[in-house]
Design a protein around this ligand. Structure first.
Ligand code: PLP
Length: 380
């Protein structure tokens, strides 16, 4: 198998799998008061410490959740509900993950108003348009740091500074950014952010929410006192410890993993450009500062879903740039935001690499890609 779908999820590292096992063996409830409980409590506090080192914040500013989606909901709903007397306007973009877009929809139903910023053909927002979007009653900005389909990286530091000039809190979905780029919340000026464990070698079903001290939010679930009264429910000790170890490893290896991913991403793009696929090939939304390993590509006249299925039959795992909704293929909202037609959006597929991939896998994939495309074009 050749795995080029790391934006969908990553494999679990051996160290992280071992961390899950130690967390499982430590069965004491962290809220109890005896020896077995203090081991669980210790695993959680070590994880909090590692994550705070990853983000350069205080351990008390880290909250563990069940996933990136929950962290997005907690940050946005929790903040808007706690501060609704201060304003009702939210600024976001059209290309956010559904975890943010559908949370915006929910907040609209609760009486909030949302501006969805447009992007250009490369997937980038216009900073002047962003500046103009602020209103007297703007309460929150929620803009992702890196896009999951295109890998486009937004100028978060600048966007956060502008939000602060308007006294507005800046939330960022960093689920696809932090696995690739150092995320120092002090330097970037991020007030709240979300992360998902399974995008950086931790298990699925565990997430991180960061909130700067002093920012007031309400819980979105109601129950016990866990996670400083913000996220009730007995802690998932194995997965929390696992995400802590994954955060530690990521922090230790940023430069090494990052440069390997960069080299591989560049090599993949070069090999794609060199080839004649018998049809027009375009990279969707690629800019200089992209996440290096995310390659979203379109082959004219080749249906993305068919191509993905054929590649999978040859052992190559990648994603289509479209989401399937109730059995009907709907073009991706991100690709539509680039002003692609439905047909063009449906001709797109995404490869997402990480440092574990090799140039040999890329060479093999290009060969398979060529033969799949020529078969699909023949059958047209
Ligand atoms: N935000 C972004 C940008 C994502 O890519 C994803 C998952 O793909 C999420 C949020 C949701 O994360 P999770 O799968 O942990 O709920």
């Amino acid at each position: 198998m050749i795995y080029f779908d790391n934006s969908a999820t990553t494999p679990i590292s051996e160290e992280v799998a071992n961390a899950v096992i130690s967390g499982m063996l430590s069965y004491g409830n962290p809220s109890s008061r005896y020896e077995a409980a203090s081991k669980s409590k210790y695993l959680i506090s070590s994880a909090r410490e590692y994550v705070s080192q990853l983000l350069n914040c205080k351990p008390e500013e880290i909250y563990f959740t069940s996933c990136g989606t929950e962290s997005d909901n907690l940050g946005m709903i929790g903040y808007c509900m706690a501060n609704k007397d201060k304003g009702k306007h939210i600024i976001t973009t059209q290309v956010e993950h559904s975890a943010v877009l559908n949370t915006c929809k929910y907040l609209e139903e609760q009486g909030f108003e949302v501006t969805y910023l447009d992007v250009n053909r490369k997937g980038m927002i216009d900073v002047d348009e962003y500046k103009q979007a602020f209103r007297e009653d703007t309460l929150l900005v929620s803009i992702m740091a890196a896009n999951n389909e295109l890998g486009t990286v937004f100028p978060i530091k600048k966007l956060a500074r502008i939000a602060h000039e308007h006294n507005v809190v800046f939330f960022s979905d960093c689920v696809q950014y932090t696995p690739h780029f150092k995320t120092d919340v002090q330097e970037l000026g991020i007030d709240m952010l979300s992360l998902s464990g399974h995008k950086f070698f931790a298990p699925k079903g565990v997430g991180i929410f960061f909130k700067r001290e002093g920012i007031n939010i309400l819980p979105i679930m109601h129950g016990g006192h866990q996670e400083n009264n913000l996220r009730p429910g007995t802690e998932n000790v194995p997965y929390i410890f696992a995400i802590g170890i994954a955060a530690y490893q990521l922090n230790e290896h940023y430069d090494e993993w990052g440069s390997q991913e960069k080299e591989l991403g560049q090599y993949f793009r070069e090999q794609l450009m060199k080839e004649d696929f018998g049809t027009l090939m375009n990279l969707n939304g690629y800019i200089k500062d992209n996440v290096p390993g995310i390659i979203n590509v379109r082959f004219r006249g080749v249906e993305g879903r068919m191509l993905q299925t054929m590649l999978a039959e040859h052992g190559v795992c990648c994603s289509v740039g479209s989401a399937c909704s109730s059995g009907e293929q709907k073009p991706s909202h991100v690709l539509k935001a680039l002003k692609l037609s439905d047909k063009q959006a449906n001709e797109s597929i995404r490869f997402s690499l990480n440092y574990l991939n090799t140039k040999e896998e890329i060479d093999e994939t290009i060969k398979i890609l060529k033969s799949c495309i020529s078969m699909l074009l023949m059958n047209e």
